[in-house]
Design a protein around this ligand. Sequence first.
Ligand code: PLP
Length: 389
Amino acid sequence: MSDRACRPDRFGLRALDLDELRRRNGAKWMARPAAFSAWVADMDFRVAPPIAEALHEVIDRDELGYPNWGGPYAASPAARLFAPRMSERYGWELDEGRVHELIDVLQGVRAAVHHRSSPGDGVVLHVPAYHPFLDSIDSMGRRRIDVAWTGEGFDYDDLDARLTADGGASVWILCNPHNPLGHVFERPELDRIAEIAARHDIVVVSDEIHADLTMPGHDHVPFASLGPEVAARTVTVTSASKSFNLAGLRWAVMHAGDRTFHETIRALPGHYLGAPNLMAVTATVAAWTRCDEWLTDVVDVLDENRVALVGLLADHLPGAIYRPPAATYLAWIDVTGVGLGDDAAEVFRDRGVELSPGSQFGPGGEGHVRLNFATSPAILAATVAAMAG
Ligand SMILES: Cc1ncc(COP(=O)(O)O)c(C=O)c1O
């Protein structure tokens, strides 16, 4: 365990109250108010104090009208912080002229698939996959080209051969770090993806929403930071919403390194994509300027929980196979050996624990559940004990 785990619990991250959580109105706890909720990707932690203060200040000033950010189409203060934040945290020097604001991350991913491919085109996806990616490809009539997880890695030789044989692909949705596997694509693997994408002329849409939740010992490398040629075929989409738990506020940001997509977005009529939400921008500015210590403490708790889960599963659910993820607070657990039948998530639900069924994540999801461990160590222990029935 890192030295950082010795820091005092200044933000109350370890001292959550289960009754309080069960009274919450959000999707996570409302699904089954009396149960343990470990499904949707929201954290149970309290709002970071600087974010709460900044939001309260807006209310206290009675300033909920149109904000003054320098003109109707001027970049919000959050968008202006994006480039310096990427440079400081990840050494990625992005082109500020290519930054676009969004309502949410999925809007950017879907817009890129919509504008950079046509019905019938191939779209590459690592599977199992975050289910809205599966839905996006299917609902837009694109053809999914899966790269399957082998347990140790992804098989790029097989993908390369299929791309050559099957007429290629227009877009590759990369989710780095990966949901639900918690896999961090480190530099050699990203280089391989970049090489295949260049050779088959594929635009890469890189969803990096979980980047700040990369665990100690691993490094997040923004895909577009590999070099100018890679950046020129990449659309990167991210937000502060996962790492600072702001999903309800709705704001995201996109870097359209791919010139065609950038020009398509720029040519849309004004207000077509809406305008940024004042509260979301306020929260993101506070997150990106005043919450690094909070984030460090969150990563400490998550790091502790992802390791503790190994012992908890061994004690309560022998037969479950789990490897602590390199990023995110999502545990991908193979429960085939526990003997709960075809729908283990349904059995856990009957035992009072709401998890995400692996089947939701497409090929490779069978026999798995996804457990969200962004909660206090005590609630995590109680959740796993309840899973045992
Ligand atoms: C990989 C990934 N992308 C996107 C999202 C959703 O982001 P948004 O609500 O901004 O669309 C999530 C939420 O869990 C996610 O895990």
